[in-house]
Ligand binder design. Structure first.
Ligand SMILES: O=P(O)(O)OC[C@H]1O[C@](O)(COP(=O)(O)O)[C@@H](O)[C@@H]1O
Ligand SMILES: [Mg+2]
Ligand SMILES: [Mg+2]
Length: 349
């Protein structure tokens, strides 16, 4: 019988990888795991728990908040407040950063950026949703945590992860030493190591993009979609199209099977849709740690300058050879040219 290793046991064991570790990061990951279990409980019985539907409020993105967006946000913030290892939270659902003033937390070493519920458009229809988190070391002086702490480049993340609430619930995370996945065993209420040392294949046969916006895509993206659809058995094409509409679920599938996920600049979202701080940077850290690649079509996501909390970015992420191919086609079009393209100027293609 294979020994079960829980998330808590694994975290403590891995602490040895960090000679100066005092357990703060371990306890912070524990706190995130606790909130994930509470959210999972509600997601699993969402239809019965009066937690489906709209909350009737808008977030700073101008998006209508779902009841589960608000619930998940509250659960993660309160778990981080109780745990004492986080001095500030930046959330998709809050305009500004939330300072944790309690005595035990205000000088805590870490700040957390979070997308409490990812894939909100799928909540009411029982399709996989997730949570995305990113952890940075506070760079501001004691008690002075602020925006600069979450506007650090993605390369400065000390840990990142996601939770997927799917047919089973999993937590997948990295601390910069590989990627590991844990499946929640409801019978013991523990996340247990199920996917050690996850790695994404260098090549895949899945492309994931919302083709409904095709006419608004940059020509480089149109060219790449055409490339995916061409008949060529030598390169396993045509690839197959899969798009769930929850970034976590689309990336989790591609992490395991190989594939590329693209959310480019579009006419409707000229700066992209997905948010750099709590969606693109953490997912890029995980995918790179699994051997994949992540860019905005031109530049490495993790090296992008972060100037705003809810800043958006285009993202091309997944199997490294597939992302490289897409970048090759985007190279025909510099970001400036793409912008011009949206202003209706004829593309040189
Ligand atoms: O419906 P679209 O435009 O394809 O967008 C889907 C994308 O938007 C998101 O739902 C945005 O995330 P949130 O649900 O956290 O706002 C992603 O999960 C998903 O990849
Ligand atoms: Mg999201
Ligand atoms: Mg969200």
């Amino acid at each position: 019988m294979k020994a079960v290793k829980t998330l808590g046991q694994f975290i403590i064991e891995k602490q040895a990888d960090f000679p100066y570790a005092k357990g703060e990061l371990s306890r912070l990951l524990r706190d995130i795991g606790i909130a994930a279990k509470i959210v999972n409980r509600e997601v699993n019985k969402a239809g019965l728990a009066d937690i489906l539907g709209d909350a009737g409020t808008m977030n700073i993105q101008g998006e209508g908040q779902k009841k589960l967006d608000v619930y998940a946000n509250e659960q993660f913030i309160s778990a981080l407040q109780c745990g004492g290892e986080c001095c500030m939270v930046a959330s998709e659902e809050n305009d500004e950063c939330i300072h944790i003033e309690s005595e035990i937390s205000k000088n805590a070493k870490y700040v957390v950026a979070i997308d409490p519920l990812d894939g909100s458009s799928n909540i009411d229809v029982n399709v996989g949703v997730g949570t995305i988190f990113s952890i940075y070391r506070r760079i501001s002086p004691d008690g002075k945590a602020g925006l600069p702490d979450v506007l650090q480049r993605g390369t400065e993340q000390v840990a990142a992860g996601y939770v997927i609430y799917g047919s089973s619930t999993m937590m997948v995370y990295t601390t910069g030493k590989g990627v590991n996945g844990f499946t929640l065993d409801p019978s013991i209420g523990e996340f247990c190591l199920s996917h050690p040392n996850m790695s994404i294949p260098d090549d895949g046969v899945i492309y994931s993009i919302n083709e409904g916006y095709y006419s608004h895509f940059p020509d480089g993206v149109k060219k790449y979609i055409k490339y995916c659809q061409v008949e060529d058995t030598k390169t396993n094409r045509p690839y197959t199209s899969r798009y769930i509409g929850s970034m976590v679920a689309d990336l989790h599938r591609n992490l395991i099977k190989g594939g590329i996920f693209i959310y480019p600049l579009t006419a409707a979202a000229p700066n992209g849709k997905l948010r750099l701080v709590y969606e693109c940077n953490p997912m890029a850290f995980i995918i790179e740690q699994a051997g994949g690649k992540a860019s905005n079509g031109h530049n490495r996501i993790l090296e992008l300058d972060v100037t705003e909390l809810h800043q958006r970015s285009a993202i091309f992420i997944g199997s490294k050879n597939m992302v490289a191919k897409a970048e090759e086609m985007m190279a025909c079009f510099s970001p400036q040219r793409i912008k011009k393209n949206f202003e209706g100027e004829v593309c040189l293609q």
